[in-house]
Design a protein around this ligand. Structure first.
Ligand code: SF4
Ligand code: SF4
Length: 253
């Protein structure tokens, strides 16, 4: 049985953030949500020392698609809104979610409050507002009456997707997710099932991310895990993450 995993090579990573941007545009996540960060793919910068003797490192973070996922155990609805697919993806179903946030409390990699522009992160986000998206994305009014059109109208005229919607539909989550529920990375399951890599993997200019079937010894993820000594975040939590890190970030001073 296929078991999906991701390997992030920290030595190849340059900290450019293209992964986070690709996720945000591809999955239509909010930029900020009532003062909280709202990123399915995020990164954790760390600056040590004082100028001019400083060291900077950066670690991309996302849902670890844990084999032992406490977020799934904590979800109280039946059938569960947070659940595992047979291929190991931790999936979220928007319709079933009641927004109790017990998953967020249970996940060792999530926090209930993450102020914008802080160095903290939460792999599960909560939509506080009625709509988490910038009003301009859904605004159908002309920018300059009689002269310009709205973004939504222009998109419709050229047969494109309006900027507040995603380019795909999915049985488990809505392209515009409502307020009052949680959401998170789903390893771009909609792309993976079509044989495409997750958005973050495709966008990385350094090819620092590999994605594939860890149960297949010939896959790139299995090969990298065998070649390098991988690490996972918070191994002491016993969650058995399926996002692995190899090598070290090239420390910049
Ligand atoms: Fe669940 Fe958190 Fe693990 Fe993702 S990282 S599977 S949200 S416990
Ligand atoms: Fe389940 Fe939604 Fe509650 Fe999370 S917020 S535990 S997914 S019902």
């Amino acid at each position: 049985m296929t078991q999906y995993a991701m390997v992030i090579d920290l030595q190849k990573c340059t900290g450019c953030g293209a992964c986070a941007l690709a996720c945000k545009t591809g999955n239509n996540t909010a930029s900020y949500n009532n003062g909280q960060t709202h990123n399915w793919a995020d990164y954790q910068p760390e600056v040590k020392g004082t100028f001019p003797n400083t060291k900077y490192t950066m670690r991309p973070v996302l849902c670890n698609h844990c084999t032992n996922a406490p977020c799934v155990d904590a979800c109280p609805v039946t059938p569960k809104a947070m659940f595992k697919t047979p291929e190991g993806i931790t999936m979220h179903n928007d319709e079933r979610c009641i927004g109790c946030r017990l998953c967020q409390q249970a996940c060792p990699y999530s926090q209930m409050e993450v102020p914008a522009n802080s160095e903290a992160y939460s792999v599960i986000s909560y939509n506080k507002a009625g709509s988490p998206y910038q009003p301009i994305f859904a605004d159908k009014s002309e920018l300059v009456p009689g002269i310009t059109t709205s973004g939504a109208e222009l998109a419709a005229k050229v047969g494109s997707v309006p900027p507040h919607r995603t380019a795909y539909s999915h049985p488990d989550y809505q392209d515009v997710r409502r307020g009052g529920i949680t959401e998170k990375c789903i390893f771009c399951e909609h792309r993976v099932k079509k044989g495409q890599p997750p958005n973050c993997v495709e966008a990385c200019p350094s090819q620092a991310r590999a994605f594939g079937d860890i149960s297949d010894p010939s896959s790139e993820v299995a090969r990298l895990i065998k070649k390098y000594k991988p690490s996972v975040l918070k191994p002491e939590a016993g969650t058995k993450p399926n996002v692995f890190y190899i090598r070290e970030y090239s420390v910049r001073s």
